[in-house]
Design a protein around this ligand. Structure first.
Ligand code: FES
Length: 336
C-alpha cells in the first residue's frame, strides 16, 4: 500500500489504490479544507515536497500552471503515483490549520426552538459566503444596532454545504444577549455573525480512546467535535461523551447521539443526572463518578467543555486519574 507523509509533522497515512489523497487524509482524521472535491475551487491545494502524484483532471483557474510547476497539487483529485508522497500540510503536530475569521457575516434565523428549560437552539443559514470553521470552534453574535453586546457561542454542527450553523444559547440571568435571543429573536430575523474563533479542535486522528465531558451548552462544541471526527474517520478507538444534566428535561440533541451510536459502534453517549435518579443511569457530578468509571485515564484523550468551574473541576479530577496534559483539551465558558 502507498503512503502519504505530512510535513513537518512526519505523520503517515496509508492510501489505497485509486483513492484520492484528500479521501485518505479524511479517513486518517485530518480535515484538509475542501469545497468542490472536483478540482474546481483550489481549496485543497497543498505543496507536494516528495514523491509524485497523478493530478487527474482539474481546472486551470483552481491551480494555474505556474503553481503546478512550483509543486502544488489539488488533493481532492490527486492520487499517489510513487509509493511515498510527501506533502506540506498541518502544523508541526499535524493539527488542522485555522481559517482566518470574518466579521459581520449575514445570516438568517431558520429555526428557533427551546430545547431545555434554559437552552434555545438556533439554526442559522448564511445569506452570503458561508463561514468556514473547524468542529469545536465558536462564533460571536449580538445586535450592535440595539445595543446588544456580542457574545461567544460554540458551533454545534459540522461544516456543511448549506452554510448552516447550529448554536445552543443558555439563558443567563441578566445576560443581555441571551435574553435577546430567548425573548426577541425569531425565525426569519437577520443576524450578523463573526468568526470562527477558538482552538478547541483537538486531534481527531488521536490513536487513543476518547472521553468527552460536557455540561449545559458545553455539549455544543463536543457534539460538533465528536460528529466531525467520527464522520471523517477519526476517533477510531472507544469514544464516549459523558454529559452532566440536572434531570431528563436538560438533555438535548438526543437524536444526533442516537444516530452516531447506531452508525459508529465505538461511540457512546452517556448521561449522569445530578438532581434526578433515573433507573439504569448514572447519578452524581462528573468529578465524583469518574474514579469508579474511569480509574485509569493515562492513555485517553480528554475533551472538556462547560462553565469554567465545571472545566476546572473535571480537569483536576482527570489529572488525578492519570490523564496527560498534552491529551487534555478544554473549553471553559466565561460568564460575561
Ligand atoms: S476541493 Fe475544490 S479543488 Fe479540491
Amino acid at each position: 500500500m502507498k503512503k502519504v507523509i505530512l510535513q513537518p509533522s512526519g505523520k503517515e497515512i496509508e492510501v489505497e489504490d485509486g483513492q484520492t489523497i484528500l479521501s485518505a487524509l479524511e479517513q486518517g482524521g485530518y480535515a484538509l479544507p475542501n469545497n468542490c472535491r472536483a478540482g474546481a475551487c483550489g481549496e485543497c491545494k497543498v505543496k507536494v515536497c516528495g514523491g509524485e502524484i497523478e493530478q487527474g483532471f482539474i481546472l486551470d483557474m483552481a491551480l494555474p500552471q505556474s503553481e503546478r510547476e512550483q509543486g502544488f497539487g489539488l488533493m481532492c483529485m490527486a492520487k499517489a503515483k510513487t509509493d511515498v508522497v510527501e506533502i506540506e500540510w498541518g502544523t508541526a503536530d499535524a493539527l488542522p490549520k485555522l481559517f482566518p475569521p470574518k466579521e459581520n457575516m449575514p445570516y438568517i434565523v431558520m429555526e428557533k426552538m427551546e430545547v431545555t428549560p434554559t437552552i434555545a437552539k438556533l439554526r442559522l443559514r448564511s445569506l452570503g459566503e458561508p463561514l468556514r470553521f473547524w468542529p469545536g470552534q465558536y462564533v460571536t453574535m449580538g445586535d450592535k444596532d440595539r445595543g446588544v453586546p456580542e457574545r461567544c457561542y460554540s458551533i454545534a454542527n459540522i461544516p456543511n454545504n448549506e452554510g448552516e450553523l447550529v448554536l445552543y444559547i443558555t439563558k443567563v440571568p441578566d445576560g443581555q444577549t441571551s435574553t435577546w435571543v430567548h425573548e426577541s429573536l425569531n425565525a426569519g430575523d437577520r443576524v450578523k455573525v463573526n468568526g470562527a474563533y477558538g482552538t478547541f479542535i483537538g486531534d481527531p486522528s488521536a490513536e487513543t480512546p476518547v472521553l468527552c465531558l460536557a455540561a449545559g451548552s458545553g455539549l455544543a462544541p463536543i457534539a460538533s467535535l465528536a460528529s466531525g471526527a467520527l464522520m471523517r474517520g477519526g476517533f477510531r478507538y472507544p469514544a464516549t461523551i459523558l454529559f452532566s444534566a440536572k434531570d431528563e428535561s436538560h438533555v438535548f440533541d438526543r437524536g444526533l447521539f442516537s444516530y452516531l451510536e447506531t452508525k459508529f459502534r465505538n461511540f457512546r453517549f452517556n448521561v449522569t443526572y445530578t438532581k434526578q435518579k433515573v433507573e439504569g443511569k448514572s447519578f452524581g457530578r462528573i468529578p465524583e463518578i469518574l474514579p469508579e468509571k474511569y480509574p485509569d485515564l493515562s492513555n485517553t484523550s480528554i475533551y472538556i467543555a462547560g462553565s469554567t468551574e465545571f472545566v476546572d473541576a473535571c480537569t483536576a479530577k482527570v489529572k488525578e486519574l492519570g490523564a496527560k496534559d498534552e491529551l487534555i483539551y478544554t473549553e471553559g465558558f466565561i460568564s460575561q
